[in-house]
Design a protein around this ligand. Sequence first.
Ligand code: B12
Ligand code: SF4
Length: 467
Amino acid sequence: MQIDQLETTLSPESATYSKEHLKQLASEQKYRKKWLLVQPTSSTSMMVDSGTVSMPLNLIMVSTLAGELFDVTFIDERIGDKVPQDLSGYDVIAITSRTLNASKAYAIGDAALAQNKTVILGGVHPTMLHEEACEHCTSVVYGEIESVWTELATDVILGKMKDVYRAETLKPMTAMLRPDFSHALGSKYAKKYSALIPILATKGCPVGCNFCTTPTIYGKSHRSREIGLVLDEMRYHQERLGKKSVSFSFMDDNISFKPKFFIELLEEMAKIGVRWNANISMNFLHKPEIAELAGRSGCDLMSIGFESLNPETLKSVHKGSNRLDNYEKVVGNLHKNGVAIQGYFMFGFDNDSEESFQMTYDFIMENQIEFPVFSLVTPFPGTPYFDEMKSRLRHFDWDKYDTYHYMFEPTKMPGEKLLENFVKLQREVYTGRAIMKRMKGKPLNWVWFVNYMMHRFTKKLKPETYL
Ligand code: B12
Ligand code: SF4
C-alpha cells in the first residue's frame, strides 16, 4: 500500500496534514532526510536480550513508513549493531523504548540532541511518561506511529516539530502497511534474529488488567486487519522463503479476544500450512473445538498468562478472562492437539503466600507445562497498578523494570521469603528430573532446548539476583 492509500485521522480539517499535501511535499524534496532508527539494548542482567532475539516489529513498522519518504538506517543494539558516536550523517534519530531500556534510549537521545539532531522517541515508555521523555528528545510519539504518520512526516519535511504527536482517533488496521523487513535484515548481525516472523492480526485488549499498559494506551479498543491481508503477508513469506511451513509469531496483545475473527483466521491458516505461536488469553480456550482448530492450523506454542493460582490475586488485578476452574481444561485440550504451552506465572502480589509457590509447582508438574516462565509483578509507569503501588515501590530505576526485580514487599510475606521461594520454584521446575517429567512424550524440538537453557540458567539463580 502506498501513502496515498493511507487515511488521515489527525486534524482532517487541516490541509497542512492531508495525505495529498504530504505526497506533494515528499515529491518536491530535493534531499531525502536521513533517519537513524535505533532499538536500544537494556542493561538488565536477565535473559531478556540475550541469545536470539525476536525481530522488533515496532521499529520495523517505523522503518516501513519512514522508508517510503526518507533514507533509513536500522540499528538494533541487541544483536550487536552500534550507534555511531558521530551522527553527522543523519538528520533524524528515531528511538524505540520500553521501560527496561528507557535509560539507554534517553542517553542516545541526549547525545543526538547535543549534536543538534531531530530526536523522536516512541514506544510504550515514552508514551506512558511523555513529560519525562520530552527531556531527552525533540518529539515524543504517543502510541502507534501509523495514526500520527501524516502529521509527523509532514513536520519532519518542513522542519517544524511539536513536542508530542498524539492521534485524536486511532486508524483502522486496514491502513497498516505490510512490514518491510529489509532494513532490519540488512544488518550483518541479522542472523541473531529468531527465525520466527513477527506478524500482527489485531491490536488492543479490552480485558483491562490493571498492571498492563495496553488498556491505558489503546483504551477498550480491539482492532483487526482483514484476514485476507494477514494471509497475503503469510503467503508472501512462504514464497520468499520457498517453503510452506514458515513459522510466524503473532505480536498481538490478545489475538483471541473476538472469537469469530480468531476462528475464521485459524480456519484460513489451516489451509495454507503455516506454523504459528501467539500470546493468548483464556477467554474461550477451554472449548475443545478451539484447541482442535489451533492444532490443525499449525499452532506449535501458545503463550498463556496464567499469572496466579490464587483467585484473590486474579480478582485484584482484574484478570477477568482467567477462571481457575478452566486452567486444567485449557491445558489438557491444547496438549491433546499437540500444542505446547509457555505458561507465564507472576509472584510478589499482596495475596501471595508460601502456599502460592507450592500450588504453582503442583499445577505445572501435574499439567506438564512445557515452558514455564516466572516473573515478579512490576507496576509499570502509567498503569493504574503503578499509581496504586507508587508509595510502596523500592525504586524508580527503570533498568530494573524488567519483571525480574523485586519491586515491593508483599503484605503476607517478607521480601526475603518471597525471593527465596521464587528462586526455589524456578530451580525445582527446571531440574533434569522435573524437565523429563514435564516433557515426557513431547516431540523433540526447540522446546527441549529452551528447557536445557533454563536448567543451566536457573541453577545459577540466587535471591540477590533479583535485587
Ligand atoms: C509481543 C510482545 C513481546 C514479544 C516480542 C517483543 C519484541 N521483540 O518486540 C516478547 C514475548 C519477546 C516480549 C518480551 C518482553 N516483553 Co513484551 N510485549 C509484547 C506486546 C504484547 C506487543 C508488542 C508488539 O510488538 N506490538 C506490535 C507493534 C507493531 O506495536 P508497538 O510495539 O506498540 O509499536 C508501535 C508503537 O509503540 C509505536 N512505536 C514503537 N516504537 C517507536 C519508535 C518511534 C521512533 C516511533 C515514532 C513510534 C514507535 O509505533 C509502533 C508501530 O505501531 C506488548 C504489549 C504492547 N501492546 O506494547 C508487550 C510489552 C511491550 N512487553 C512488555 C514486557 C514487560 C516484556 C518483557 C520485559 C517481558 C519479560 N520479562 O521477558 C520482555 C522485554 C523484551 C525486550 N527486550 O523489549 C511490556 C513492557 C512494559 C513497559 N512499560 O516497558 C508490554 C507493554 C506489556 C505490558 N506488560 O504492558 N514481548
Ligand atoms: S489480558 Fe493481557 S493484554 Fe489484555 S489487559 Fe490483561 S495483560 Fe494486558
